[in-house]
Design a protein around this ligand. Sequence first.
Ligand SMILES: Cc1cc2nc3c(=O)[nH]c(=O)nc-3n(C[C@H](O)[C@H](O)[C@H](O)COP(=O)(O)O)c2cc1C
Length: 495
Amino acid sequence: MQGRTVSKKDAPTRAPAQDLRDWLDRVEALGELKHVRNAHWNLELGCISEINSRQRGPCLLFDDIVDYPSGFRVVTGTTGTPARLAATLRLPTNLSTPELVGMLRKKSPEWSARANDFPPQYVDSGPILENIKTGNQVNLLEFPAPMWNEGDGGRYMGTGDAVITQDPESGWVNVGTYRLMVHDQRTTGLYLAPNHHGRLHMEKYWQAGKPFPVVASVGHDPLLFLYAGVELPVGMSEYNYIGAVMGEPAKVVRGELTGLPMPAGSEIVLEGFCRPGNIKRDGPFGEFLGYYSANDVPQPVFEVERIYHRNNPIILGSPPGRPPHDYAYSKTVIRSALLHDALEKAGMTGIVSCWADEVGGGRALLVISVRQQYQGHGRQVGLMASQCPVGYWMGRYVIVVDDDIDPSNLTDVMWAVSTRCEPARDIQILERLFGTKIDAINTTMDQDVPYLSRAVIDACRTYEYRDAFPPVAEASPELQRQIREKWKDLLGTKK
Ligand SMILES: Cc1cc2nc3c(=O)[nH]c(=O)nc-3n(C[C@H](O)[C@H](O)[C@H](O)COP(=O)(O)O)c2cc1C
């Protein structure tokens, strides 16, 4: 990866604003941060966070965690509302969810196009270098990694993390969110799903019989977490991408052992290697579709040889589990925008809006509304969505509805499915497609190589009979407006 180097003399003297603390200040100013004291790392912090996510509550900053010194903190719920997500993306914080999706649709192609202009900027110093632990000082248990769920196989230090790896051939630096389960004082698991970029890098090192160098930041500006957890194209560094979002390069410091770039303003960074053949059972873990799954897949062991941390460090926690969970909302918004773009790039016309609903973790249930233009149009859009890269991984159902249906309103969507879709004719099943071991259904099928099917549900009025379809039995918008106006004390104003 190309990067500029700034000497110590030129390095900024104040902490870079690209950090979690600056972000917390901004969110506190929005009135969306709550401080929580004296919660226990063992299940209590996790259960509070889970209930809070379901209630769409504020961002929670846990301090005075039982068994840990004051100042060793954990934050959860970072991107759970439109305002917090917009603050993270450096967008206006007064946008509604549809406005945010619309804004992202405009911005995403711009950011992708400009990413190459924002290589990360190497600096010699940064808050992450405040404490450096080596040798016997390396102790992961020094930090309050939570035991998130009752059924988890261990404490997860990395959930909202950013795992930084490099392609040994091209030099491409990838940043991915891959969970880190603490095995003991010096090792964690590193769960790398097939085809994920970190795994592709690891395979190249291991095939050459070499240790795989890794640095993992477990607390940082949530912007890095947002894009470490979505599929940017092969070869594009998330550092470049967030540089384009911020309008300035991401500031990074070289790891002493691996030379890999870690965020200069990170809270905690683990540095070390995954050695060929060193694998261990990982999990169970409460996965993002709401089940403990993929329990029997051994994963690489991350041997941590250096820990860097700021004074009073903060772990960025983002526990999945039964949706809606900690990051379901943000992934829904981002994927909805990405899906819309992908369909238009594939030449689809008449797309009104797309929605990757939280109930499917932003992946398993996609809904698209279309203005039908020809016979087979809805079906074509549905098939395309089920096969394009944004919609493929862990996809299960794609529902296509007419443009009078709001895809983000599941009551309306299921009304359309119940009344406009003739099952034998309008549900198309696609078999033997890519599946994953973390899919709960795969567990019950016990397949070594997981294949799963997809269903495309065409819930649009049949194209050639659309004018003959009975009218909707609902007061017209004008009549509703008049009645609401006259009866506002009774009915209230429309939200
Ligand atoms: C909180 C969270 C935890 C995740 N955990 C894992 C994981 O343990 N392993 C994995 O392969 N993907 C995991 N993912 C999904 C990947 O981060 C996501 O697919 C991302 O695009 C992978 O990065 P890559 O495309 O650069 O490989 C997680 C995502 C989030 C948001």
